[in-house]
Design a protein around this ligand. Structure first.
Ligand SMILES: C[S@@+](CC[C@H](N)C(=O)[O-])C[C@H]1O[C@@H](n2cnc3c(N)ncnc32)[C@H](O)[C@@H]1O
Length: 152
């Protein structure tokens, strides 16, 4: 098996984008039940409570978005893969689900009380350059952000 290697960020993003669109259904059924297990602890850590306005970055099929809605939060959910956005919309119809890039967030400053991300950062080309503390704090100007992630 050959492994594709590239140092071009656009090629990397295109590869990831194509891949996530292709595996959307399989991810939801095979991996979704696993990542759902850390939803509540993630929301607790970010202080998500009723009425709280929350952004779920890299929402996938809407795991954190759904749990946040079930707590009575107002939820925006973002993912760059169209198939994932469609799945999030199906699973969490009362959230505002949209397509967009976590590294170029399409929201106004101070739009959210809390920002969460479940297992999303590992898939960015340069996670270290786009750590949430840097990007999200500067974009949203608040301290309530929480991620769960894996290390490879
Ligand atoms: C491992 S899945 C996590 C899905 C969900 N948060 C969960 O906990 O199951 C990673 C998600 O990040 C999305 N993603 C990866 N890179 C992204 C980027 N640059 N901008 C937005 N979404 C991205 C993928 O499309 C995929 O849905």
């Amino acid at each position: 098996m050959s492994i594709q290697v590239s140092s071009d960020p656009r090629a990397f993003r295109a590869f990831e984008h194509t891949g996530w669109n292709a595996v959307s259904e399989a991810y939801e059924s095979a991996i979704g039940p696993l990542t759902a297990q850390s939803a509540e602890i993630t929301l607790d850590a970010a202080g998500v409570a009723p009425g709280c306005k929350v952004l779920d970055v890299c929402t996938g099929h809407g795991v954190l978005a759904l749990a946040a809605r079930q707590r009575g939060a107002k939820v925006c959910a973002l993912d760059f893969a169209e198939a994932m956005v469609a799945a999030a919309h199906r699973n969490v119809p009362t959230a505002e689900c949209r397509q967009g890039d976590a590294q170029d967030l399409p929201y106004a400053e101070n739009a959210f009380d809390a920002i969460v991300c479940g297992y999303g950062i590992s898939w960015w080309k340069c996670a270290a350059c786009f750590a949430p503390e840097v990007v999200w704090r500067s974009v949203f100007g608040n301290d309530r952000h929480q991620t769960t992630d894996t290390e490879f």
